[in-house]
Design a protein around this ligand. Sequence first.
Ligand code: HEM
Length: 141
Amino acid sequence: MSEKSLYERLGGIYNIAAVVNHFAEELSKDPIAGENTSNPFLKDWYANRKWREPGFVVLTTLWVSEKAGGPYEYVSTVPNDNSLDLEPTHYDMKLTAEEFDAAGKVLADTLDHFDVPEKEKNEVLGAFTAHKDEVISGTIK
Ligand code: HEM
């Protein structure tokens, strides 16, 4: 029998949404990628566009669901050929590798908070890291 998809092993859309929601809350408190960040785009986002956070949670939940092999599909607000490509939506944020890695630590802690098993945790972190160059494209290109 073939193994269940990561989506199923994570417990489906409600579990993924709960993880993404907690991640967003914790990220805002992180000294490097949170409200006190030195990144100008992020600083302005937290100060003036925090109302967009529920939309971020919805879109990121769909992104993770599709990436994990679930039945839901993510559609980017910036249309492009490869729907899971994060470069078009993150390029202008000029995120650094340090900020990305800080978010990765917050994600790892969030997965621990929900007692996600080691195997699934590593798969989620692997999917996150696989898109690093797209997310930090604004500072490496
Ligand atoms: C692999 C890692 C990441 C994934 C999967 C991801 C996923 C997403 C998705 C799906 C969106 C919605 C894009 C759209 O409008 O269609 C988004 C937006 C956003 N992301 Fe990421 N992201 C990642 C890394 C990061 C990092 C490291 C940061 C900052 C530290 C960040 C900050 C943001 C912000 C602030 C928005 C909202 C932009 C807006 O208000 O339009 N992302 N992200």
